[in-house]
Write a protein that binds this ligand. Structure first.
Ligand SMILES: [Zn+2]
Length: 309
């Protein structure tokens, strides 16, 4: 018994040392996994637009020049920042909240989930839906509440065509920078908008930029939500061409992968690469024997939250 415990401890120690080496060498950096470069380089225009939208929450979205999101740092700086972010690293969150904080599905079956954020957007969402329908693929769409209020018919279409609808906040707020109460408002306001459009209370939440705090995940757990990030980042929001998108996806693709793409964006944001890449991606995945499923199918969880009376 004691020897077993000792064995487990030494395995754990080895894993921790390996992780530390990878972190310091830069070969694995959970910070880089976020599609959160500094906000001003991101669907930044989305932020500005959403902030100025009439009827958006009186939430200040802090101007983020958060140094911990910068990817190239000196070893000393990096060490300090990593320890500061320890509590919210994805690896840590997965261990602390199995089944409530998720970045991938079971690795045994050749199934993957396509996910599209920042919808609805009249320029791109319908085109993505057309491509998915043509290829008979079902995906998961993470909807921004304020946008759903502006374009409800697109959200209805997403549901009608068999895709799954998830909650992507009310105005793309950075959850890690707002209070627990403001976070709850983001989720509840969006839920109230999505329920009549989807026909259910979406169980899946995608935190904007993948940023979420342990206390928020705790609340999600108590209220029947699941936070779903990703393990494959297409980085398509940068307006890159389709071959770069496919290259990015292939880099970390594996059975059970959750693939992050966008079917909406801010003013001036160009997702034509996403549209061009999508049929090629579907073909590529099928040629490799992957089945594309919705997140509820991948995770074995219902799309709907059971709402307490
Ligand atoms: Zn987003």
């Amino acid at each position: 018994m004691q020897r077993n415990n000792h064995g487990v401890r030494s395995i754990r120690k080895t894993v921790l040392i390996l992780l530390a080496v990878m972190l310091l060498s830069g070969s694995f950096d959970p910070v880089q996994r976020l599609h959160a470069a500094p906000l001003d380089k991101l669907p930044a225009s989305l932020h500005i637009q959403l902030q100025n939208e009439p009827g958006s929450l009186p939430l200040s979205i802090p101007g983020v020049s958060e140094p911990s999101f910068q990817s190239r740092e000196t070893g000393q700086q990096k060490k300090k920042k990593i320890s500061r972010r320890d509590a919210t690293s994805w690896v840590d969150l997965q261990q602390r909240y199995p089944g409530t904080f998720v970045i991938g599905g079971p690795r045994k079956e050749r199934k993957v989930a396509l996910t599209f954020d920042d919808v609805p957007d009249p320029r791109y969402t319908s085109k993505v839906l057309d491509i998915l329908a043509r290829h008979k693929v079902r995906a998961t769409f993470f909807v921004v509440g304020s946008r759903a209020a502006s374009y409800p018919s697109i959200v209805r279409r997403i549901g009608r065509e068999g895709h799954v609808i998830g909650n992507h906040s009310y105005n793309h707020a950075v959850f890690s920078r707002i209070s627990l109460f403001a976070f709850q408002q983001q989720i509840r306001n969006t839920d109230a908008i999505l329920r009549p459009l989807a026909g259910y209370s979406p169980r899946l939440i995608r935190p904007p930029y993948g940023e979420v705090l342990p206390g928020q995940i705790e609340w999600m757990k108590q209220n029947g939500y699941i936070a779903v990030n990703w393990d494959v980042d297409s980085v398509d929001w940068r307006g890159i061409d389709s071959s770069t998108i496919l290259f990015n996806i292939k880099k970390t693709l594996q059975p059970g992968s959750i693939i992050l793409q966008h079917a909406g964006g801010g003013i001036g944001q160009d997702l034509s690469g996403t549209l061009e890449a999508l049929p090629k991606l579907i073909k590529l995945l099928r040629s490799k024997g992957y089945q594309m499923v919705t997140l509820p199918e991948l995770l074995g969880e219902p799309a709907a939250r059971s709402v307490k009376p």
